[in-house]
Design a protein around this ligand. Structure first.
Ligand SMILES: *Cc1c(COP(=O)(O)O)cnc(C)c1O
Length: 448
């Protein structure tokens, strides 16, 4: 195995990495924010660049010896600008959440009013949720989706007109339809707000030309690099021409907020891996990949619905599907996650519009096709996987969460044991293994 030196130095950590590799290989990874990077991306992020300190920016660092790191960071930033067609890109944020924080502090002062989609409706923690520092530092006015699952644009306009937010987020973590950038740009223009698109989930779809780009409509774009974009864990902040027109210092302000405002030395190994991922994302094959991700999601949604499963908005425009389990009962997300896990299918529980239960015991699950598509799966596999999912989901139909909080844990423990022995779940797991083995993953790591 490629990780032989870890084996020599630290057998315990090695053992866990090996088990995790087997888990990734032998299961169906259907968490929509996850993906499998190329070996090239992993080699860059596992490289000697982790040794270097480079506080500052190319050409103006607080440390010597940065001539090559400068080249790498410039390369990553130039590739980002070219791929997303923006005049400015900062590739230093450690991850998506710090990137979003930097945008807040570049544009707003503590106490300013901001708007984002409510977390339980599909928004992200960093878009002003009450337990996030963003909701505690800024005056957060959340907007919502309608009963049908679509963004309530009338509410957005009304709230924005009444509250005059300094900044509005458009971008989601659990929304299966095209993000309405154009509609938001009219609202932001009419109310004077800065409009920030958080395309963490859909960056790969935008780069691949299968989702509308926000660049023409918003002032700032943030994204993680490790979701559909298929890079290392990391993030980028981009300013559009429109953003530069609103404030030609915006790029500089973001640079300053990242360092010295929030971060110290950039993670150069990550920057190099982002550069590699951006080169990959600019290839024609990546356009095909992005296109197949969406085709697969549509095929999967259709198969689920044919097999009696309800999806929010009855399908998807993107890589993501939100399953509504309320026809089977309220608060069943946790049971579904456990049952599918026992079958070797990794998903996550999620709230649904008008959630009748709670964020911790929600009534839906979130599914996505980016990782399966990277393995080479296509519509016929989605058809089968939709059937397997439906079969396993039907096994939790009669479950009911105990009212008493202390009882929940005990109940879940016995459920976990019981579901592993369920015949239908066992059969699904055998099928999952068979499909996984037909689409091998990272054989080159094992064979080294
Ligand atoms: C994933 C995600 C983030 C946060 O990224 P982390 O790297 O987990 O901090 C922010 N916004 C949206 C919309 C996301 O989907």
């Amino acid at each position: 195995m490629l990780y032989d030196k870890i084996k020599d130095t630290d057998p315990e950590t090695y053992g866990y990495i090996k088990s995790e590799l087997a888990r990734q290989q032998d299961g169906l990874e259907m968490i929509p924010s996850e993906n499998f990077t190329s070996i090239a991306v992993m080699q860059a992020s596992g490289s000697i660049l982790t040794n270097k300190y480079s506080e500052g920016y190319p050409g103006r660092r607080y440390y010597g010896g940065n001539e090559f790191v400068d080249k790498i960071e410039t390369l990553a930033s130039e590739r980002a600008k070219k791929l997303f067609k923006v005049p400015y890109a900062n590739v230093q944020p450690y991850s998506g959440s710090p990137a979003n924080l930097a945008v807040y502090f570049a544009i707003c002062k503590p106490g300013d009013t901001i708007m984002g989609l409510d977390l339980t409706n599909g928004g992200h923690l960093t878009h002003g949720w009450k337990t996030s520092v963003t909701g505690q530092t800024f005056n957060s006015i959340p907007y919502h989706v309608k009963k049908d699952g679509m963004i309530d644009l009338e509410e957005v306009r009304k709230l924005a007109t009444e509250n005059k937010p300094r900044m509005i987020w458009v971008g989601y973590t659990a929304y299966p339809r095209e993000f309405p950038f154009e509609e938001f740009s009219r609202i932001a223009e009419d109310t004077g707000a800065y409009l920030v698109a958080d395309i963490s989930h859909i960056a790969g779809l935008v780069a691949g030309g299968v989702h509308k780009s926000p660049v023409e409509y918003v002032h700032v774009v943030t994204t993680t690099t490790h979701k559909t974009l298929r890079g290392p864990r990391g993030a980028m902040i981009m300013v559009t021409d429109k953003g530069m027109k609103k404030d030609n210092e915006l790029g500089k302000k973001i640079d300053k907020t990242i360092i010295p405002g929030m971060q110290g030395g950039p993670h150069n190994h990550q920057t190099a891996a982002i550069a590699v991922a951006l080169l990959e994302a600019a290839q024609p094959e990546f356009r095909e990949y992005a296109n197949q991700v969406v085709k697969n999601a549509k095929a999967l949604a259709a198969s689920l619905m044919r097999n009696g499963i309800t999806t929010v908005t009855n399908g998807t425009d993107t890589h993501l599907i939100l399953v509504d389990l309320t026809p089977f009962g309220n608060g069943l997300g946790i049971f579904a996650e456990e049952a599918l896990g026992a079958a070797g299918i990794t998903v996550n529980k999620n709230t649904i519009p008008g959630e009748p239960s709670s964020p911790f015991y929600p009534s839906g699950i979130r599914l996505g096709t980016p990782a399966l598509t990277t393995r080479g799966m296509k519509e016929p596999e989605m058809e089968t996987i939709g059937m397997l999912l439906a079969e396993v989901l039907k096994q939790v139909k009669n479950e009911k969460l105990p009212e008493n909080k202390e009882e929940i844990q005990r109940y879940m423990e016995s459920f976990r044991t019981e579901i592993k022995g369920n015949q239908k779940v066992k059969e699904a797991n055998a099928k999952v293994l068979e499909i996984s083995r037909r689409f091998p993953l990272y054989n080159e790591i094992e064979s080294k």
